[in-house]
Design a protein around this ligand. Structure first.
Ligand code: IMP
Length: 202
């Protein structure tokens, strides 16, 4: 019987990317918000790690199943690491992608240092309180104007190191090979394999 793991996010873009990255592990049956209901978790943490822990532990407790959560932030060097953990609400409570991107471009007007990184912290939590944490980083720079239609969030403004295209100009399968999310989640693969084979008992 497959081990059930809940994806503790209601963001369909994240669900799609996480399943593209980890969906192939034999013996894991992923349950998304489409298959199982769970409450929204307020992201009140001061760090990406705190928020990922909050989301994974709350959903594991509520569903009685292992839960995987991640929290991602965009850290811009010239802004002292902002928006960071506040990336979703950078321009206001309604989490508007376009308004966030416009605010970022406004703050960086005339700024030559465009260096930035995406930072993801992933947490797998079991209902009994055990948990595993991994992280992934993608370095790059902020473009002068949004480009591309793929992806979500800040993707139209982020050019990965060694690339000329923004993440939104890449195909989803290209983003998923190099992304911060990929790096954080790949580091979780062995733990999930151990869960699938019963080496770790949920
Ligand atoms: P959260 O992890 O859902 O809190 O997301 C924080 C903010 O970063 C939101 O505005 C997201 O849209 C944005 N974000 C998260 N992951 C990515 C990504 O892979 N590319 C671009 N923006 C992202």
């Amino acid at each position: 019987m497959a081990a059930k793991v809940v994806l503790a996010t209601k963001n369909p873009h994240k669900v799609e990317e996480i399943l593209a990255i980890l969906g192939d592990i034999p013996g894991i049956e992923w349950l998304t918000f489409r298959e199982i209901s769970f409450s929204d978790v307020e992201e009140v943490g001061e760090t990406l790690e705190e928020n990922a822990v909050l989301k994974a532990t709350a959903v594991a407790r509520e569903t009685g199943l292992p839960a995987l959560a991640e929290d991602t932030g965009l850290e811009v060097e010239a802004l002292g690491g902002a928006p960071g953990v506040r990336s979703a609400r950078f321009a206001g409570e309604d989490k508007d992608y376009r308004a966030n991107n416009e605010k970022l471009l406004r703050l960086l007007e005339g700024v030559r240092n465009r260096r930035a990184r995406f930072h993801t912290v992933a947490v797998l939590a079991l209902p009994d309180g055990r948990m595993w944490k991994t992280e992934g980083v993608l370095k790059g720079k902020i473009a002068e104007a949004p480009r591309g239609e793929h992806g979500f969030g800040y993707d139209p403004l982020f050019v990965p190191e060694g690339e000329t295209r923004t993440l939104a100009e890449m195909l989803p399968e290209e983003k998923n090979v190099i992304s911060h999310r990929r790096r954080a989640l790949e580091a979780m693969r062995t733990i999930l394999q151990n869960l699938a084979t019963g080496v770790i008992l949920a």
